[in-house]
Structures are given as C-alpha cells and as structure tokens.
Design a protein around this ligand. Structure first.
Ligand code: GDP
Length: 313
C-alpha cells in the first residue's frame, strides 16, 4: 500500500469554512502538520489571478480541494449556471496552480451524483460515464466529472499525484440549514425541530419518500480523506461511504425520533424525488483499510446538538 508521509507537510484546505473543509481541518489539526487556509478576501478561488498569486506565495505541499458551490436538489435545479461555472472555475484554478507549484499531492472531492441515473447498485467506481445523468443535479455532476478528469489528465501527462474521491450524501456540523437550499438531513432537522417547538401535527417531506440514499457523517469523511492522502495514489476515483442506504421515509422517521417530534409525516409529491437510489460500492476503500464508524442515529443526534448549541435555528 502506498505510504505518503503527511508529517510536517504544509497542507492547504480549500473551502475551510464549509461543512467538508472544516471537518477536514479539525482532523488535520490533530496531526503534526502545518495547516494553510485563506478567507475569501485573501484568496478568491473563482479568480485565476488570485489563486495563482496566493499559491506562488504560500507554496503548499499538499492540497485538499473541498471548495465547491453545493446545495440540495432544489438549489441545484434553481442555479444551474452557478453550479456548473463556479465549480469549473474553482477546480480549474486550484488544480492548474497545484501543477505549476509542484504540489506533491492533491485530493479532489467530487460526489456520488457523478454516476449515471440508472447505475446498478451498489455503484462501483467503474460505472462512471456509462449512462445518462440525473437531470436535477447534472450541472454539478458535469463540473465534478470534469474535475476528476483534469486530475487524471495531470497524472497521465505530467505524472502528478492528484487523486479524486467521490463521497456519498454528507451531513454534520457546519452543514447549510437553509429551509429550501439545504440537503435533506439539515432540511429535516430544521423542519422537525420547528414543528416540535410550534406544536404542529404534521411535517412535510419532499417527494414520495421512496428514494433511497446513503448518508455519511462528515467526520467520517474527514478521516477517509486523511487515509486516502496517505494510502491512495491511483488514476481512478475512489468512493467514500458507509455502503448502507435507507429510504427517505425511514430516514424522516429517524430524524423525527432524534428530534422528539411526535406528529405525522406528509409527503409533498409536487417536489422532485431525484435519483431513485444512490448507494456506493465501498469495497475499494474498505480494502485499503478504511471503514465508516459513525452510525446514522448517533451522527444525527450529534448534528442536532451541534445546531442547538450554535443557534442555527
Ligand atoms: P440529492 O441526493 O442530490 O437528491 O440530495 P437531497 O439531499 O437534496 O435530496 C435527497 C432526497 O431527499 C430527495 O429524494 C429529496 O426529494 C428528498 N427530500 C425530502 N425532503 C427534503 C427536503 O426538505 N430538502 C431536500 N433537499 N430534500 C428532501
């Protein structure tokens, strides 16, 4: 197994304020490394010149590219230009500057939505580009596919150690809890919490409740990223997940229990279901020694407690 030594390296986490980037920073801060982050005023990732000059000046040895325009099914559908163009710009700027500054290792983070809409379950890495994409998140998916291809291109043409990982649906501290633009875990935590406080009889959940999703706590994702930096160096992207999925209806019941809401659930079938199912095959990452550790019930409980402690609602 490849062993890349992170000790004493200067590691730049792009996107350190987001849910993913902040979790990776928390995990990296426990290691004897030197962490580099930059706020928007100092480094605008959308701007090529800003990225090149910051990178020339700060010379990171390792980069984790966790910066992206992200959002749930409604946000993706509503802001196609932002999801496609901003993500392309961010990743092109960072990956090109990484090559120019001889960065030793770069980890690019994508998403399980890069896989075809009708992919067989569980989804293996090799199913990439074997069928049409889900319409609701195609903008984001196309950008992420371009990003992983750019990492492959740099590896092929210049021998760069640029790797890509595709996490399943994520949740945890610092998630976006917006009622409309969030992903389902944060959306439902908020909705059930507000319903409990207001004494409502029922709570609305989008779609039919039938789609199935796999959920990974972001702290588990962070530990997977560190594992991959140390032990993975291949052309092909690698999946990160639990390998287990749950229907949206069972998920909503679990959230309702965690929050302590005693009313009923009603389904708003005018809202889209998106992909029918999306469970990753995680045998490849399991084989190199990493497994998810946080159960969904524990992860949702700690995320709810985090949101309460941080006055999110
Ligand atoms: P997706 O995996 O890209 O579809 O991500 P989402 O987290 O946005 O949605 C996952 C599933 O949860 C979809 O089937 C949604 O229709 C369903 N869902 C149910 N209620 C909600 C909600 O309030 N917000 C979101 N974002 N999705 C919801």
């Amino acid at each position: 197994m490849v062993d890349f030594d992170l000790i004493n390296k200067s590691i730049f986490v792009a996107g350190h304020n987001g849910m993913v980037g902040s979790a990776i920073c928390r995990a990296l801060n426990k290691l004897p490394i030197s962490l580099l982050v930059a706020d928007k005023e100092e480094l605008d990732l959308i701007d090529e010149f800003s990225v090149k000059s910051w990178m020339n000046k700060n010379k990171p040895e390792v980069i984790v590219l966790a910066a992206a325009r992200v959002g749930g099914i409604y946000a993706n559908n509503s802001y196609p230009v932002d999801f496609l163009l901003n993500n392309l710009k961010i990743q092109n700027n960072v990956i090109e500057a990484a090559y120019e500054n001889k960065v030793e290792k770069l980890l690019f983070l994508g998403s399980s939505c890069i896989y075809p809409k009708w992919a067989g379950q569980p989804i293996k890495e090799e199913y990439l580009l074997t069928g049409e994409l889900e319409q609701t998140n195609q903008w984001y998916a196309i950008a992420k596919i371009a990003g992983l291809k750019l990492c492959q291109a740099y590896r092929k043409q210049y021998g760069c150690d640029f790797i890509s990982a595709m996490p399943t649906n994520l949740y945890g501290p610092n998630d976006n809890f917006h009622p409309l633009f969030s992903h389902v875990p944060a959306a439902l935590i908020r909705r059930f919490h507000e319903a409990k406080l207001s004494g409502y009889d029922n709570v609305g959940v989008w779609g039919t409740g039938n789609p199935r999703r796999e959920f990974l706590h972001v702290n588990d994702l962070a530990s997977a990223c560190i594992h991959l930096l140390k032990h993975y160096s291949e052309l092909e992207p690698i999946n990160i997940g639990t390998g287990e999925d749950i229907s949206i209806s069972s998920f909503a019941e679990l959230v309702s229990k965690v929050i302590g809401f005693n009313g009923s659930i009603v389904y708003d079938t005018k809202m889209p279901d998106g992909m029918k199912e999306k469970r990753l095959d995680v045998r490849k990452i399991n084989k190199i020694g990493w497994k998810a550790a946080i159960t969904l019930s524990d992860g949702l409980t700690s995320t709810y407690n985090w949101a309460l402690a941080n006055d999110i609602f």
